[in-house]
Design a protein around this ligand. Structure first.
Ligand code: AMP
Length: 215
């Protein structure tokens, strides 16, 4: 199942991607996670990516397309994958289509998580992530039982560097200007499935599961 989760920062791609990856036994491929790992490792690629990430801007197409091209050829992606945070502009979407058509394995579906702007802001400013298991919380909307501690593994919760007010606003503008044109792009390919991304998390997962089963 070759799929893309599309949506603004804070729309729930990470949360839903994790649920769906488990259900369908395919990897969730997040360019944000791959880039954060590269930054943490101190590699040359990580150094190049960090400046753009800290500013809330997009990392160069060349870097992210290279990361995806390698990742989708790994063994665990043979049965499919859920792309999370990629593509983020038309050039990346076209590069992906070219790459997949060469493999004879086109994308099957794109799920858009639609969330109003005000809620995105609240989600992003309140987001906390577990350093150990990656579980995602929100101090306003879904707080952990104990402050700063993961309910699942007791790991420390942290706030992402780019979840500060200034960078958040820049990331939402970048989404509006560069990523949202992908909605029309995938609509034209008849691959777009739009879900309301607010309300009960498991209801959204169930709706996304139905879409995946229909592909
Ligand atoms: P995310 O975790 O998806 O919110 O991504 C965090 C940051 O990583 C973004 O604000 C960008 O700086 C960078 N990034 C992630 N995915 C991409 C992509 N497909 N293209 C360019 N930059 C990306």
């Amino acid at each position: 199942m070759r799929t893309v989760l599309l949506g603004a920062p804070g729309s729930g791609k990470g949360t839903q991607g994790a649920v769906l990856a488990k259900k369908f036994n395919i990897p969730q491929v997040s360019t944000g996670d791959l880039l954060r790992a590269a930054v943490a490792s101190g590699s040359e690629l990580g150094k190049q990516a960090k400046t753009a990430m800290d500013a809330g801007a997009l990392v160069s197409d060349e870097i992210v397309i290279g990361l995806i091209a390698e990742r989708i050829l790994e063994d665990d992606a043979k049965q499919g994958y859920i792309l999370d945070g990629f593509p983020r502009n038309i050039a990346q979407a076209e590069a992906l289509d070219t790459m997949l058509s060469k493999l004879g394995q086109p994308l099957q579906g794109v799920v858009l998580l639609d969330v109003p702007f005000e809620e995105l802001l609240q989600r992003l400013t309140g987001r906390r992530t577990c350093r150990d298991c990656g579980a995602i919380y929100n101090i306003h909307l879904s707080p952990p039982n104990t402050a700063d501690k993961c309910d699942a593994c007791a790991g420390e919760l942290f706030q992402r560097d780019d979840d500060n007010a200034e960078t958040i606003s820049k990331r939402l503008t970048v989404y509006q200007d560069q990523t949202s044109p992908l909605i029309a792009f995938y609509q034209q390919q008849s691959k777009l499935h739009t879900l309301i991304g607010t309300g009960d998390v498991s209801a959204i997962s169930n709706a996304a599961t139905d879409v995946f089963n229909s592909l």
